[in-house]
Design a protein around this ligand. Sequence first.
Ligand code: NAD
Ligand code: DAU
Length: 352
Amino acid sequence: MILVTGGAGFIGANFVLDWLAAGDEPVINVDKLTYAGNIDSLHPHRYDLRHIFIQGDIGDRKLVSDLLQNYRPRAIVHFAAESHVDRSIHGPDDFIRTNILGTFHLLEAARIYWSGLPQPTHDGFRFLHVSTDEVFGSAAETDPPFAESARYQPNSPYSASKAASDHLVRAWHHTYGLPILITNCSNNYGPYQFPEKLIPLCIQNALAGKSLPIYGDGMQIRDWLYVKDHCSALRRVLQAGQPGETYNVGGWNEMANLDVVSTICQVLDELRPRPDGKSYTAQISFVKDRPGHDRRYAIDADKIRRELDWEPVETFDNAIRKTVGWYLDNKDWVENVTSGGYRNWMQQQYGT
Ligand code: NAD
Ligand code: DAU
């Protein structure tokens, strides 16, 4: 079996769902269930003996050590993190606690467990750390996309905390030999994403007749990857990645935020036209920019294609339609996650 951290969050839940659909290997899922964690996302597996859910903190070393000793997984896939840049600007504490200290405790628990494993399980063990392209900082318009060798230049409390965790993971390999793998991925979108992030937020607001808040001029560029493609990349890295190596994961799909939001509006115009016949683009509203906003993220995902024969299968046009369709079909999920705490966040971040 494998142990997943943060498997009730957006990418973690998609990973667990895809993992259990692809085979019979059980998953232990350790998640603290912060505001971003949602057990409803794993509803199809509520009675599935292959899915063992434990509500817990990765910083609780005793809990994690006990789980490792009791279940003896062959790998850890580490998603758990505080992940929203805007929240890290308002309050970095949880980002330092979970992303840096939590990863440290998890690494120590993993190292001690791995040291005691007999052969050949010891050599086959893997610690896969799921990280972000934001650690490379902001690329200029004409810069080539970031390769794995690009310099770390994180700019936000979130990306700095992720960069720190990457360094810890790397050091645990270099110093102790822990067989780690690191992936640095670009912006994900798809089902089960908490509606604080750009794409689900705009779908939600559009349907609720609210404004679609674009920071600054909306010309910031992100590389967008469908979450199911990210999950398939992670399975591939776990299966064939070389211990100690880093792999960039990206969608080869750089887009300006304004184009992303306009595309969502076009899809909604088609699937759920506004009663007044106008386009949802009428709801677009330019708001104050994010402090320290990175202008462009661009990922060179050639290494994973060359060495592990992985590349994304989805196009943005196709997958954004699927994503919008999912939010239209899963109103209950959205309503469950947009209760009290969510409304407080919207008030704090966007005012009325
Ligand atoms: P998310 O915020 O949706 O989910 C994070 C999950 O971690 C939640 O279920 C939460 O309850 C859990 N968690 C938080 N603190 C915890 C703790 N101390 N102990 C145990 N569980 C805890 O995040 P996501 O978007 O699914 O991102 C998952 C990982 O992928 C993160 O490490 C993130 O940095 C990385 N990543 C995300 C993206 C993206 O576009 N979303 C892109 C690249 C990398
Ligand atoms: O690049 C990978 C990263 O992508 C992950 O590591 C992070 O966990 C994930 O949150 C995401 O970070 P971003 O800051 O790029 O994602 P977000 O959806 O918050 O914002 C995407 C872009 O849209 C960014 O340029 C900011 C802008 N934006 C965002 C929001 C929430 C707006 O213009 N308006 C908004 O209301």
